[in-house]
Design a protein around this ligand. Structure first.
Ligand code: SAM
Length: 336
């Protein structure tokens, strides 16, 4: 890639002295699965094609943000691999000089695309997998074939989209009996298994606090497998990381509910319809698509990026009032 010669600017600080250098971009609100805890089955309404950011608009925004210190981009959705131009989009974003470019996918379409994505400049992938049981996988995703996800994981490893990270959302009574099986995978494979606390978004009213398996419980469970070594990776985001004695892989625990990480949050989100969202759990958004379509110049786009950083809230208030998440109708629209 040509990006090695491109100089990175220093990240911009927000009002709470956090360096904002990470953008998560939802490139589609459509998904080829319908996970019970993620999308609402009732009245699922997608954006019209004309409402979705074009490749050119996304790349233009990333370029503007890169001038102000953006260095890390994650592509998500919906299912990002549904976007036909995904390989070109990855290549255009990498060429701007984004040093850490990753993608979150359910893996269903990844096996056939992994090599092209790697060549285009994708650094690594997170693959969502909430169960290892094929029947249960069908129940959770409504239509998925788990074999395609295992193929995707193998192919991602083969082409070097590494470390391969597996996202698992443990939900009490649904799949929490598999926490130890997932953690045990790290004895054989150098995967990063990431347990993400169940968050109150959409999901047909399925969320209840008691269904959320806390990070504390997860740590207690996995410590039964062996002594836990705890460590952090520089710049690796909100997960608390552990290695079980004798394991080759790593376990990350992400606890937006029981132990929020707002004080070190370095991210903004760009929704598939062109709104910058400074915090997942706040409905405050900054529209960039409309100005772009009304001929805003590059300085104006940069100003909007900096404005979004300046209004990033100090923290979310989920622990005080869970109803604040009511406005998050669909994770796939905002970008999970
Ligand atoms: N389609 C892609 C996928 O399945 O990975 C990307 C979009 S999906 C919304 C991104 C991540 O959000 C997935 O790992 C998923 O498990 C997670 N997610 C969705 N709903 C969630 C919820 N209610 N709580 C916690 N994580 C959730």
């Amino acid at each position: 890639m040509k990006n090695s010669s491109i100089k990175e600017s220093l990240p911009t600080k927000d009002s709470y002295n956090r360096h904002i250098d990470y953008l998560r971009i939802s490139i589609t609100d459509k998904c080829n699965l319908q996970c019970v805890y993620c999308v609402s089955s009732k009245g699922l309404k997608y954006f019209r094609n004309s409402e979705i950011m074009t490749d050119e608009e996304i790349v233009r925004f990333v370029r503007a943000a890169h001038k102000h210190g953006l260095r890390k981009v994650r592509i998500t959705g919906g299912e990002p691999l549904l976007r036909k131009s995904i390989v070109n989009l990855i290549s255009s974003i990498k060429e701007i000089g984004i040093s850490d470019l990753s993608l979150t996918t359910n893996g269903i379409m990844l096996a056939g695309l992994a090599e092209a994505l790697k060549k285009a400049g994708l650094d690594r992938v997170n693959i969502s997998l909430d169960t290892m049981n094929p029947e249960r996988y069908k129940e959770i995703t409504k239509k998925g074939d788990i074999n395609r996800v295992w193929e995707a994981i193998k192919e991602a490893e083969r082409v070097g989209l590494s470390p391969v990270k597996i996202n698992m959302v443990p939900i009490r009574g649904l799949n929490d009996d598999e926490i130890l099986s997932f953690a045990s995978l790290t004895f054989e494979k150098d995967y990063h298994i990431r347990f993400i606390e169940f968050m109150p978004v959409s999901s047909d009213g399925m969320w209840r606090r008691e269904k959320c398996v806390s990070s504390k419980e997860i740590i207690e469970m996995i410590s039964g497998l062996g002594a836990l070594e705890s460590f952090s990776f520089r710049g690796e985001g909100p997960s608390r990381n552990y290695r079980i004695k004798g394991a080759v892989g790593i376990i990350g625990i992400i606890s937006p509910i029981s132990d929020h990480f707002c004080s070190s949050c370095n991210r903004l989100r760009l929704t598939s319809n062109g709104k910058i969202r400074p915090c997942l759990f706040s409905n405050v958004e900054v529209d960039i698509k409309t100005p772009m379509r009304n001929s805003a110049d590059d300085e104006e786009i940069e100003r909007l990026f900096l404005y979004a950083i300046s209004i990033k809230p100090e923290r979310h208030k989920l622990d005080e009032n869970i109803a604040v998440a009511d406005h998050i109708k669909n994770m796939s629209k905002i970008g999970g």
